[in-house]
Design a protein around this ligand. Structure first.
Ligand code: SF4
Length: 242
């Protein structure tokens, strides 16, 4: 049971027709992307938005390769969701691991949990465990997909469906850019999509274990990510396009 003071899954006021239209539009977006590009890759965190995309792309028969950033600091529940998702959808989710030397260099300089020291060390850890593995996982791709939404944070309000990822020189798509949090959960409940167990324990957003905590009712949904940093630092750098 969730203590009432924590975030909980929101109710939706979408009608069944509105939800069906949104779901159909999402599937069409994914199909359009997979028909335009020969090698599309989808980075899934196994959290709610990415589970919606997984469900939709499988049902739409959109051709994409799935991968997840196996940072070495994930919750066990996230590790377990990989297998749950593979079994449910008959897909393979490749794991993008960090380079051991990069991780060791971080630990030598900052300590295992040195990311708590401030933004610089947090960025160094995310660089080694997330960004470099992401760059490697996207080598050879000509487009990639994310589960970002405009509503999620102040840094995402300008998000569009299609962007140019200048850093990697490929197209980047945010097919849920205009979905609300309630839309996501309406889809999950309608389609009986597997739910990451931490969403049932007050976590609206899920990243690495030591850098994610529960969110109090009424707090920003990303308040539980890197909570020791200022609010404009609630990103890991994965979505910097320039
Ligand atoms: S989220 Fe935390 S543990 Fe994970 S890579 Fe970033 S700083 Fe490191």
């Amino acid at each position: 049971m969730i203590a009432p003071e924590f975030w909980s899954i929101p109710a939706s006021n979408l009608t069944p027709t509105e939800l069906a239209e949104k779901s159909a539009a999402l599937k069409q977006r994914l199909l359009d992307i997979s028909s335009r590009f020969s090698d599309v890759r989808f980075a899934t965190s196994l959290a709610a938005e990415d589970m919606v995309i997984t469900d939709a792309l499988v049902k739409a028969h959109a051709k994409m390769k799935l991968f997840t950033l196996a940072t070495g600091r994930l919750h066990q529940e996230t590790e377990d969701m990989v297998k749950t998702t593979e079994d449910r959808y008959d897909v393979v989710i490749e794991k993008a691991y960090p380079n051991e030397d990069d991780v060791q260099a971080f630990i030598d300089q900052y300590g295992m949990n040195g990311f708590y020291d401030g933004e610089e060390s947090k960025n160094a850890c995310c660089g080694a465990r997330k960004i470099k593995p992401l760059n490697t996982a996207l080598l050879g791709a000509n487009a990639w997909i994310t589960g970002q939404r405009r509503e999620q944070s102040t840094t995402r309000t300008e998000l569009n469906l299609e962007e140019l990822d200048d850093v990697r020189g490929i197209a980047k798509f945010n097919p849920l850019f205009d979905w609300t949090e309630a839309d996501i959960w309406a889809y999950i409940q309608q389609e009986k999509v597997p739910i990451h167990p931490l969403h049932l324990k007050g976590y609206p957003s899920i990243g690495c274990d030591p850098c994610t905590r529960q969110v109090k009712k009424g707090e920003d949904i990303r308040a539980g990510r890197w909570w020791w940093l200022q609010s404009d630092s609630k990103e890991c750098g994965l979505h910097i396009n320039k």
